[in-house]
Write a protein that binds this ligand. Structure first.
Ligand code: NAP
Length: 454
């Protein structure tokens, strides 16, 4: 088993805010394997003194002892990740298998994989590729072909850190470890499913990545489609890497490829204009630093999809994600149909909704119950359970699985391609401007058409 983690892009935002703090936490909990070490590849001079500062800032709650212990396991070397001869030099003596973590801009994945192919890595090496995996179906296929030149599929970790959130894993727990929900989890009882990632954040210094990508590719194509898979899949025989991913891909294959007319009718794209989010004044997206308005990038996307199979025929799955919104909402909401007959007078009970809330992670189940006192008045009650006490953040769980060589919760090659296939008709119709780019003020609930019924 490989215990040498080589991080490409070791001075980037992901490494600083997520990977290193996660490693510090794993160190504190004694979960790093013996013999574990980290090699950080950077283009500029970088050293453990910088890492010390980074850990102070982003892992201040981890003990000083654990942070220092991690520092002793890390070294940095300079190399251009896309240059094979520089890589060979940086990886010397290159006798042991490594875990190559590509914490790099997506535009550099392909040339870096080419360089790695030329570096003759030791057998048993693994590769970790951040999202987004490709920018369309053709580029995802090209990446897969290249990856497979150097690594067998079970050594490839295509990352979607959403799969490591406690709530997301509890979609499986709720559905497949309880008799009560799964019986109702189908078209006969479910009216619609919403999968929402609305945030008040704007670009947070990531304009160079985001502009030209947009909400559909950044959030819906990967994270929200993965949630759709878990919410929509059939019961797996086991939770091993093959079975779980087979069940997910069944869902992706069943997602209807929308016709251009359906794209016009069932999708919304928009970007924010100037406004206020709380006290914060936000400029128009088009005026943000590093943005080219001519790219026509959307900061809000909503798509309604159908899973055309026996279980879900006719049930809309509404996937939506937006930036600079007034209300944060991150959840999978399963809306059940109303009761067939209501014996209670003059009441209008809300249909039951199961909400699986993300960050903070929580489960909430809205039920209608009678209140004590007057005869039979109904009251809406929310039964809820908190998952926030999760001891390991998503990136720590993810790293642990990579170290153990368990790719159950990474995206398989065919899944990555099928996710692109599912949204290709939308990308095509949007590229042909069949759906107008609407506007919404920062701090609002998004474009008004997004909340209209289907
Ligand atoms: N940041 C997050 O919260 C987050 C969350 C989820 C996924 N991701 C994914 O993680 C990846 C990295 O994102 P990031 O936010 O960390 O980006 P970033 O802050 O821009 O960092 C990218 C890193 O890659 C390095 N790099 C670029 N080209 C290189 C080359 N040719 N050779 C060697 N190093 C090179 C940069 O080095 P220089 O400083 O020398 O340019 C920098 O260290 C992306 O795929 C992103 O989608 C990020």
């Amino acid at each position: 088993m490989s215990h040498r983690l080589v991080i490409f892009g070791a001075n980037g935002d992901l490494t600083s805010r997520k990977l290193m703090p996660a490693l510090a936490r794993l160190q504190q909990m004694g979960k790093l394997p013996s013999g574990f070490s980290v090699l950080g590849i950077t283009r500029d001079a970088w050293g453990t003194h910088r890492l010390r500062e980074t850990l102070e800032r982003h892992a201040g709650d981890v003990s000083l002892q654990a942070r220092n212990a991690l520092l002793s396991l890390v070294e940095y070397r300079r190399a251009e990740a896309t240059d094979s001869s520089q890589l060979v030099e940086a990886l010397k003596p290159n006798r042991e298998p490594i875990i190559a973590y590509l914490a790099l801009p997506p535009s550099v994945f392909l040339p870096t994989l080419e360089a790695l192919a030329g570096a003759s890595l030791a057998e048993g090496s693994r590769v970790v590729i951040e999202k987004p995996f490709g920018e369309d179906l053709a580029s995802a296929q090209a990446l897969n072909r290249l990856v497979h030149q150097s690594f067998p599929e079970n050594a490839v970790f295509r990352i979607d850190h959403f799969l490591h959130l406690q709530t997301v894993q509890n979609v499986l727990g709720l559905r497949f470890a309880n008799r009560v929900f799964e019986q109702l989890w189908n078209r006969d009882h479910v009216e619609q499913v919403e999968i929402v990632w609305d945030e008040s954040l704007t670009l947070e210094g990531r304009a160079s990545y985001y502009d030209g990508v947009g909400a559909l590719k950044d959030m819906i194509q990967n994270h929200l489609l993965q949630l759709l898979c878990l919410a929509g899949m059939e019961a797996p025989l086991a939770l091993d890497e093959r079975t779980l991913r087979d069940r997910k891909i069944d869902v992706l294959r069943a997602v209807r490829r929308l016709s251009p007319e359906e794209v016009e009718r069932y999708t919304v794209r928009a970007r924010y204009t100037a406004g206020h989010i709380g006290e914060r004044q936000v400029p128009s997206y088009a005026d943000e630093e590093g943005i080219d308005p001519a790219h026509g990038t959307e900061t809000f996307a909503q798509v309604t999809l159908w899973v055309d199979n026996w279980r879900w025929a006719g049930v809309p799955f509404k996937l939506r994600s937006g930036k600079a919104l007034g209300r944060e909402r991150r959840e999978i909401a399963v809306h059940f149909r109303p009761v067939p007959h209501l014996a209670f007078e003059a009441n209008d009970p809300l249909p039951n909704v199961v909400r699986l809330l993300l960050e903070p992670d929580r489960l909430a189940f809205g039920v209608n119950l009678t209140r004590p006192g007057v005869l039979f008045p109904l009251e809406r009650i929310e039964l809820s359970a908190d998952f926030t006490s999760q001891e390991l953040p998503a990136y720590a769980r993810l790293l642990l699985q990579i170290l153990e060589g368990d790719c159950t919760l990474s995206i398989r090659d065919d899944e990555a391609e099928e996710s692109w296939r599912a949204i290709t008709p939308i990308l095509d119709a949007w590229a042909q401007a069949r759906v107008p780019l609407l506007e919404y003020p920062a701090g609002s609930d998004g474009p008004t058409t997004a909340s209209q019924p289907l």
